[in-house]
Design a protein around this ligand. Structure first.
Ligand SMILES: Cc1cc2nc3c(=O)[nH]c(=O)nc-3n(C[C@H](O)[C@H](O)[C@H](O)COP(=O)(O)OP(=O)(O)OC[C@H]3O[C@@H](n4cnc5c(N)ncnc54)[C@H](O)[C@@H]3O)c2cc1C
Length: 408
């Protein structure tokens, strides 16, 4: 293997080295670093990241599930965790609260509020220790297929770089360009783009509980959240569907902060988008795998995408490694990747997308009535059949949709 630094030194001044590798990953978020971590012990892996600091700025409320790290066999570094979460609380427009405790919170896949600046970098460090070569402040510019390879152009500071890879893993997030450049349209339709704004605030003393607020005045076709971090710090944020809202996300966030009378100081502002369309129809092609947000794998209801980014990254790394070892870089071989991620979380994304469309039709009265009903029934006792029965009474048309997706 010839690292880029070695190639530069061996060339006469002004030479344009081509760094050949087995797998080129674009993006060092959870999907990209996980792919690199998985493949690097077996193959020559290069990662390009446009940012100077991995994980900075964070564009995330940082909540994720407890079982994820065990499932992926990733040693959970305590410095990645800002707060361990005990349960979730749903709050309706009239402030009826429903506490989801124990098993329920596990199903919702929230177990920690992470410190993503440390977590994203920590994951990259794990991949680097396995042998992956990282290029920071290196922006992917474009690519073309050549014979059985892909030639990638990138810009590092003021320098143009060329890479030649057998497989490219597109892990370049929501605004992904890599897949598009190889002919797979990965643009997120505005109808399926959740727009988010978040303040990290001091002075928010909360239990170890994530709070989710629903209502059409509060967060049109989305929800608002308070995710407590260490001490009195919390992520206070909102996600809305801009196509169904009158104002930008920041307007609703400021209104929400005033409504709750939160008086702490804002120490960080984060904004970003989440693709809530459900996954791309095709997440692989000749020489190409697409993972995480680039493949629209965030959960369409919660907007959570750390878990699917890491899982898809792992499957992409595994599939790419096998393809390199067998020298089969065609889409038929690489389709194995889609089989793997679909078997793991395909149904979760499918169900959530259908659920999202139902929730989008909820009025504020529906949210209140649902919260009241959940408390009367006792959340620990609720099953799918209860949900359908309740929906039947309230909205027969929703109930039919509910029943069809619960049984699909
Ligand atoms: C406000 C907000 C709150 C959220 N809250 C949560 C939450 O609480 N829990 C949860 O699970 N999910 C949450 N999400 C979603 C979550 O952040 C994403 O799903 C997750 O980060 C996806 O990981 P990824 O690796 O696919 O993409 P990203 O984390 O976006 O990483 C992509 C990487 O690619 C790099 N890149 C992009 N273009 C290029 C280029 N041309 N060249 C080189 N590098 C490039 C980027 O710099 C970035 O580092 C939230 C999102 C937002 C916006």
């Amino acid at each position: 293997m010839h690292r880029l630094q070695d190639l530069r030194q061996s060339l006469p001044h002004g030479g344009d080295p081509v760094r050949e590798c087995d797998i080129l990953v674009v993006g060092a978020g959870p999907a990209g670093s996980m792919a690199a971590f998985t493949a690097a012990p077996h193959c020559d892996v290069v990662v390009l990241e446009k940012r100077a600091h991995i994980g900075v700025p964070k564009q995330c409320a940082e909540g994720t599930s407890e079982g994820l790290f065990e499932k992926l066999n990733i040693p959970l570094n305590p410095t990645w965790i800002s707060r361990k979460i005990e349960f979730a609380r749903l709050i309706s427009p009239s402030r009826i609260t429903v506490d989801l405790k124990d098993e329920r919170v596990k199903q919702l896949k929230f177990g920690y509020v992470l410190e993503r600046k440390k977590f994203d970098k920590g994951l990259a460090e794990l991949a680097a220790r396995k042998g992956a070569e990282f290029h920071l402040r290196t922006q992917y510019q474009g690519l073309k297929r050549e014979d059985n390879h892909v030639v990638v152009k990138a810009r590092q500071f003021n320098e143009d770089l060329t890479f030649k890879a057998k497989i490219v893993i597109a892990a370049d997030g929501l605004m992904s360009r890599v897949a598009k450049d190889l002919g797979i349209d990965s643009t997120t339709n505005l109808r399926h783009l959740e727009s988010c704004c978040q303040y990290e605030m001091t002075g928010i003393d909360r239990e170890s509980c994530i709070e989710l607020y629903f209502g059409n005045e509060i967060a049109p076709k989305g929800y608002a959240w308070i995710f407590p971090k260490e001490g009195d710090v919390a992520n206070v944020g909102i996600g809305i569907l801009p196509t169904r809202a009158e104002y930008p996300a920041k307007y609703y966030l400021d209104k929400f902060v005033n409504w709750l009378g939160l008086s702490g100081e804002i120490v960080e502002v984060n904004a970003g988008g989440v693709p809530v369309s459900g996954p791309l129809d095709q997440t692989y092609d000749d020489n190409l795998l697409i993972a995480g947000d680039a493949a629209h794998m965030a959960n369409p209801i919660s907007g959570g995408g750390i878990h699917t980014a890491m899982l898809s990254g792992k499957y992409a790394g595994d599939t790419a490694r096998k393809a390199v070892e067998t020298q089969s870089l065609d889409k038929k071989t690489l389709s194995e990747y889609e089989t793997l991620w679909k078997a793991d979380f395909g149904r979760e994304l499918d169900m959530s997308l259908k659920g999202r469309f139902i929730l989008e039709e909820f009025t504020d009265e529906d949210f209140d009535a649902t919260a009241q009903w959940m408390n009367e029934k006792g959340v620990g006792q609720l099953g799918a059949v209860d949900l359908v029965k309740f929906a039947l009474k309230r909205h027969p048309t929703f109930a039919v949709k509910f029943a069809s997706f619960l049984t699909s």
